[in-house]
Design a protein. Structure first.
Length: 369
């Protein structure tokens, strides 16, 4: 297996067979967008003998992957990971009347040119079908490594933030972006803190909305009750989850929400805003309370779970059960291998593709060449 990805400044890969494409930052946005500068790198890739190409995400590297598959006659598998429509505010096409049709049309184009399409949830399958994707779409969630994410010892987060053992920790893990709805959690916690003085909210992550969220926290008088940790390394995250009492999440822009899987694997009870992306991860009144996007209702359910130690503990046990049943790593890898094998067999019996991608892109991006 070879991995092709943009070069990141001052980062060195420890594993072999990772080929970094020289790149330029094309937008001063968050997250950073990279434009591959790939002429020399692409020639290196052409010399590799591959069975198929699997593109991820839909960005410019995915287009390079398709070009490679097209030139060499390989099957092209495409995973649509990101609900791109909900991230348009980061780019120059901030006007929804302009960005939405372009995103839908480009997504439909890439999917319909692929030999197999994968999405991490049924939610994304429905969205792509509504975009007009005609190819068959397979739902294949990202798995969770249960050897890594499991209930561990408590203490890491409490020691780091000087939180007492008697205090309940509500935890959320997220990039601090507009689309993640962190302000909803802060306002909901304001209602919780009125009735339960022994509860804090810990927000793990960094992003462009951090200062704005901190100002909201100060405005509501919660500066001593809400902790912003910034970035915490992936290696430490199982300890972060294990030291918390309830995982709270309010984003409705996820395609799967891996942090929710991680929290569930670490046996956390969950309170979450209703969204199809979390099917199989959360089940109402089994391991979670799934509520409408209403701050008062969210706070009410949070207080109910804080006051019921027995239910909170059982929810956590049930969370781990949901992950083991629905996101088993070996099972999902086997499904992926079957999709690869099928795509290879089908491609053998199909005629070689033409340079249709460029012609299609030119229809709605005239300056593309």
């Amino acid at each position: 297996m070879y991995i092709f990805a943009p070069k990141i400044k001052n980062y060195k890969d420890e594993e072999k067979n990772i080929i970094r494409l020289r790149s330029l930052t094309i937008l001063n946005s968050e997250p950073k967008q990279k434009l591959p500068v790939s002429t020399i790198d692409f020639h290196k890739i052409l010399n590799l003998k591959l069975d198929l190409v699997h593109g991820h995400g839909g960005g410019l590297v995915s287009i390079i992957g398709y070009e490679l598959a097209l030139i060499k006659g390989y099957p092209y598998i495409f995973t649509y990971h990101t609900y791109i429509e909900k991230y348009a505010h980061y780019f120059f096409l901030k006007n929804k009347n302009i960005s939405s049709p372009i995103i839908k049309k480009s997504s439909r184009l890439m999917c319909n040119l692929s030999d197999a399409i994968l999405v991490p949830s049924k939610k994304m399958k429905t969205i792509l079908q509504n975009y007009g994707v005609k190819k068959e779409i397979s739902v294949l969630p990202n798995p969770i490594n249960l050897d890594r994410f499991k209930k561990g010892k408590r203490g890491f987060l409490r020691k780091k933030l000087n939180i007492t053992d008697e205090t309940f920790i509500l935890l959320t893990v997220s990039r601090l972006g507009q689309e993640k709805n962190i302000d909803f959690l802060i306002r909901s916690f304001f209602e919780v803190s009125k009735e339960n003085k022994k509860t804090v909210l810990v927000i793990v992550g960094a992003g462009p909305e951090e200062e704005k969220l901190k100002k909201l926290t100060e405005k509501l008088g919660l500066a001593e009750k809400i902790f912003f940790t910034g970035y915490i390394s992936a290696e430490k995250m199982p300890e972060v989850y294990s030291d918390s009492d309830i995982f709270v999440f309010a984003s409705t822009t996820e395609t799967q929400g891996l942090v929710v899987l991680e929290a569930a694997a670490c046996e956390l009870a969950i309170i979450i805003v209703k969204d199809e992306a979390f099917a199989g991860v959360v089940k109402n009144d089994f391991n979670a309370y799934i509520v409408a996007e209403n701050e008062n209702l969210f706070a009410k359910k949070t207080l109910a779970l804080l006051n019921d130690n027995k239910k909170r503990k059982q929810f956590g046990i049930n969370s781990n059960q949901c992950i083991k049943e629905n996101f088993n790593q070996s099972k999902i890898i086997k499904q992926l291998e079957e999709i690869y094998s099928t795509a290879i067999e089908i491609r053998k019996n199909k005629p070689r593709r033409t340079l249709r991608l460029r012609n299609q892109i030119k229809k709605f991006i005239p300056w593309f060449s």
